[in-house]
Design a protein around this ligand. Sequence first.
Ligand SMILES: [Zn+2]
Length: 290
Amino acid sequence: MLDLNKIGSAEAGQLQQAQDRGQLSHAYLLLAGDEAEALNTAYWLICYANCEGENKPDGTCPACQRILSGNHPDVMLIDTEENRQTIAIDQVRTLKQELAKSPAEGDRRYFVINHAQKLTLPAANALLNLLEEPVAPVVTFLIASNGGQILPTIRSRTQIINFSQQPASSRESLLLENGMTQAEVDQIKDSSQVDQAVKYFYQELQEHDPLAIVSAHQLAALVKKQKQGTKAWEKYVWILLKKWAEKELTAGNVQQAAAFLADLLQIDQMRQSNVGFLNNLDYLALKWQQ
Ligand SMILES: [Zn+2]
């Protein structure tokens, strides 16, 4: 059941801002431990963009109601069907046919793919073509709990939104516990772009993806672009990488996580001998390529 009250509010805000500025991407990958929350958030945005009421999205006007009940011609939901564990290629082909149609009511159409990790390989590849050639005004939302289960080629064609799992206050204490000063923590503001870049980089390393070297450079450029506190941001990136590895450790992926943590220790030493941030990221990317 869709529920516009059970959304990720920060993430909905991010999408709302993009919509208001006319800057929605053509494809999003919404990653959330609670997939229902991500699905609700996608529908929240779709209702927001189509709502006919004053307090958008009200969830009660005719447009919202048709969207939420699955009866809006511009909104397509693909999900695992009953008696099936996967999303098959014929379901994605349906989307392809839909892609040729113009929006019936609004200025664009919306495709929502729930449980995107259940796409079969042929279905994922068919989707790839669809994401490659967004000829029609379409916004696609892919919903999944774990980005590692999504083909890297799909991930790279989407804008990834990670739903936050912890409140800001506990994040602050986490950073303080990991060696940042209060002054440095105060410099870390609006970190969602960096958070996403770090997570993406980490996933590529774990998958031995040669593109990690490109992401290393993008991440370094992103850190350089921050208005203040480059050193604080660099520290922040290393803490995030360590947290990801620790998470993996508790998830039972012991060998790989331990190897990664050992590399981070190595990098700690290299940082103390003034090896630059990008060089250290490169070191990781090259080491994990094999
Ligand atoms: Zn409405």
